[in-house]
Design a protein around this ligand. Structure first.
Ligand code: NAD
Length: 421
């Protein structure tokens, strides 16, 4: 593979577009609609001046890409990382449109990011970056326009700053302007664990198809942040055997099953799972290739590529992260009979409970945690069933089935709204 081909394989937007093209042509989507939905509605680039603690001014690049408002306001996370690119944000924004459509919630897709390294920034610097970014994109966000949420390296605190900055500008408190907020500021019960819980529900549904028992199902999780740690905790509580866990610094493996409560405590103290005494140490990428029934990548994109897909031993791939698998790897996994629960289905629990949070904020009436979890389960089980049945009916893999289902729903709304008038 030459450099250009490798770059194309690793481009999040190109991966999205490749899957979109396959699904759109299977749906025989009109050429105009195809062009329209392949690209985002709007791409915002901001250069944010921020006073650092040492009184020097630094400029950070930030993005917000809004892919579609056909089914409702845009919805999507904001990530902070030195690796953030416009290509990645553009691809993830479109994925959010498809994800919201797969679980049939009334949102379009967006994504945002700031090129920065949070590990090198003080809390004050992070707050100033967040507030200035929010001020720069203020005209384009809001409960009826575009509702940000946490993603890689952002959290409840980041959302509180965005909500406060937005509210200061419009002169009243608007809790529904972001989701993933602290509970005391209009957050929802169950939001923190929602993405991991959604992954667990999807894995449970897949297990039923295989008639496997949880107790004899070995799971490996890559990424131990919000998604990975919650998924590991919930799967462990349900009786699954978690044999491997890794984060950016390294991993830990134990074929008899890891003590997840102890590992969670260790990770809390040490900010990594590396060095945990309850297993052997293992590399972050190496862990993907270990023997297991379920592999749950929950770290970052493009970790399963044409280079390592043939080494994956799992029978079920549940994509907690966004875009962890490239299209050439999809083909290899499909040929090898791996049952893939695609990201736009497997990790849709987060945006589903974000939707619940937005609803609760607008109503000013908050639900009990068991109500949130029950409603999340209903939506995830229905979406899982629809995607798998769609795939069987149209003889396509689960990923293309999810894209087809989503594109069909979005295109239907566009036609209903009368875009051709
Ligand atoms: P996070 O920042 O809380 O955690 C990320 C984890 O991945 C950390 O353990 C980190 O060490 C690890 N990691 C980062 N880069 C890595 C690399 N190159 N190799 C191995 N490990 C690496 O982020 P998160 O919110 O848990 O998000 C993880 C993934 O899930 C992202 O792809 C995100 O877009 C996706 N996602 C998150 C949510 C959500 O609700 N937070 C919802 C849907 C999808």
């Amino acid at each position: 593979m030459n450099i250009a081909e490798t770059e194309k394989e690793l481009s999040v937007y190109q991966s999205m577009a490749a899957r979109f093209d396959v699904a759109a042509s299977k749906l025989q989507l009109e050429e105009g609609l195809k062009q329209y939905l392949r690209l985002p509605n709007r791409e915002i680039i901001v250069h944010i001046p921020v006073a650092m603690d040492n009184k020097q001014l630094r400029v950070f690049d930030g993005y917000r890409v809004q892919h579609s408002i056909a089914r409702g306001p845009c919805k999507g996370g904001v990530r902070y990382s030195p690796d953030v690119t416009l290509d990645e944000i553009r691809g993830l924004a479109a994925e959010m449109t498809w994800k919201c459509a797969v679980v049939n919630i009334p949102f379009g897709g967006a994504k945002g990011g700031i090129v920065c390294d949070p590990a090198q920034l003080s809390i004050g610097e992070l707050e100033r970056i967040t507030r200035r970014y929010t001020a720069e994109i203020l005209d384009y966000i809001g409960p009826e326009r575009d509702v940000p949420a946490p993603d890689m390296n952002t959290n409840e605190q980041t959302m509180a700053w965005i909500m406060d900055t937005y509210s200061m500008h419009v002169r009243h408190t608007v809790t529904a302007s972001v989701t993933g907020k602290p509970l005391d500021l209009g957050g929802s019960q169950g939001r923190r664990e929602a993405t991991g819980r959604g992954c667990m529900i999807a894995v449970d549904e897949a297990l039923k198809r295989f008639s496997w028992k949880r107790q004899s199902t070995r799971v490996i999780v890559q990424g131990f942040g919000n998604v990975g740690s919650e998924a590991a905790r919930l799967l462990h509580d349900e009786g699954y055997k978690i044999t491997g866990v890794a984060d950016i610094a390294g991993g830990v493996f134990n074929s008899n099953g890891l003590d997840i409560p102890a590992l969670l405590e260790y990770a809390k103290q040490n900010k990594t799972v590396k060095g945990f005494a309850g297993g052997e140490s293992i590399g972050t990428q190496e862990i993907l290739e270990q023997d297991c029934e379920v592999l749950l990548p929950a770290a970052t994109e493009s970790v399963i590529t044409s280079k390592n897909a043939h080494k994956i031993k799992a029978r079920i791939l549940a994509e907690g992260a966004n875009s962890p698998t490239t299209p050439p790897a999809d083909d290899i996994l499909f040929e090898r009979g791996v049952f893939v629960i695609p990201d736009i289905l497997a990790n849709a629990g987060g945006v589903t409970v974000s939707y619940f949070e937005w609803v609760q904020d607008r109503q000013g009436y908050f639900w009990q945690e068991d109500v949130v979890n029950e409603r999340l389960k209903t939506i995830m089980v229905a979406a899982f069933d629809e995607v798998v049945r769609y795939g069987e009916k149209h003889k396509v893999n689960n990923r293309i089935a999810a894209y087809m289902l989503a594109i069909d729903r979005v295109a239907f709304n566009i036609k209903l709204r009368g875009i051709y008038a």
